[in-house]
Design a protein around this ligand. Structure first.
Ligand code: X2X
Length: 334
């Protein structure tokens, strides 16, 4: 008798939890991102989780899932899942969204940006808003823009100083625009999940890859499996913290404001630690035994020229209105 009473109580308590009948009607949102738990993406997401729990008295808590595990390891699928409400929150980079929203390629057009001021004039200004509006049409509310960073090339075959040095290298790339860029350079690009890239590099399935120093190369220890890095700054990649529109619309204006402000703060922190890690990164990588090459202005101009056809092709896909808005904002910083 006593046994069944206890069982009954436990069952009732279990049911209350399952149905979300707790006093504070707390909810846990799932946040997916597609890098490991050592990256600045993860740190930014965790900062958001900490602050949002604090500011809502645990009414909203966020659980962060790294390595695209909620989308079966498919980093491109996350945005689409958030768009239809199958995921609550996402932190991902622009290139991952280009299959769903080709306009997102604007940020990563080869050699669009020369420095961080130019980046900030777009991601933190009206040009970024243009992309946020397009994402909203796909069911994703962008809460804040963060940073993956300027993507630098690494490989195990030779030091890269000129476009010719890229010829014949088997390169892992993240997304469709980089396939075109690598083809222009005479390399053999292969699109691959980030989650499969480290072992592909280790086993020599590919010779090289490209990623930002502070956000990915250092925290994911790419230097352990790659000998050469060239800081060619060929393409910038922002990240964003987004929430499904379905979830967003379920909140009142005050909760929405808290979510937005908190995301802005978390991504500002994420940009700061990413830039810091990048600034200290080249020395660190040399200490770890990597051969790091920093091209001259002339050498950079040669890479820019060689990748111009990919710029033109993707600028056309993005459309002149958006590309023009980005270029105007960049010129205005000079
Ligand atoms: O897959 C990559 O290279 C990464 C982690 O940088 C992106 O998500 C684009």
């Amino acid at each position: 008798m006593a046994f069944s009473r206890i069982t009954g109580t436990a069952l009732a308590a279990g049911l209350a939890v399952t149905l979300g009948l707790g006093a504070a009607s707390a909810e846990t949102l799932r946040l997916s991102h597609n890098t490991g738990d050592t990256t600045t993406w993860h740190q930014g997401a965790e900062r958001f989780a900490e602050l949002i729990a604090e500011r809502t008295d645990d009414a909203i808590t966020v659980r962060v899932f790294p390595n695209a595990q909620l989308s079966g390891g498919d980093q491109m699928r996350q945005a689409e899942m958030v768009g239809r409400g199958a995921l609550d929150l996402v932190v991902t980079s622009a290139i991952n969204v280009t299959p769903l929203v080709p306009e997102m390629a604007v940020f990563s057009l080869p050699y669009l940006y020369g420095n961080y001021d130019e980046v900030d004039a777009t991601t933190q200004g009206a040009p970024g808003e243009m992309l946020s509006e397009i994402l909203l049409d796909r069911g994703i509310v962008v809460l804040a823009w963060g940073e993956n960073g300027f993507r630098e090339v690494t490989n195990n075959t030779r030091e890269i100083r000129s476009p010719e040095d890229m010829r014949g290298l088997n390169m892992r790339v993240a997304g469709p625009m980089y396939i075109d860029v690598m083809n222009e350079l005479g390399a053999n690009p292969q699109q691959m999940q980030w989650g499969e890239t480290m072992s592909a590099l280790q086993q020599g399935v590919v010779d090289g890859q490209e990623n930002p120093i502070g956000a990915v190369i250092i925290p994911q220890q790419v230097y352990e499996v790659q000998d050469y890095l060239t800081a060619w700054h060929y393409s910038y990649d922002p990240i964003f913290l987004g929430i499904s529109k379905e979830k967003w619309d379920s909140y009142d204006a005050e909760t929405q404001a808290t979510l937005r402000e908190t995301a802005q703060e978390a991504m500002a922190y994420q940009r700061e630690i990413t830039r810091q890690g990048t600034a200290e990164g080249i020395d660190f990588l040399r200490e770890k035994g990597m051969q790091v090459y920093e091209p001259t202005a002339e050498e950079l101009a040669a890479f820019r020229e060689a990748t111009q056809p990919a710029f033109d092709k993707w600028a056309e896909r993005v459309g002149p209105e958006i590309v023009g808005a980005f270029q105007d904002a960049i010129v205005a910083t000079k």
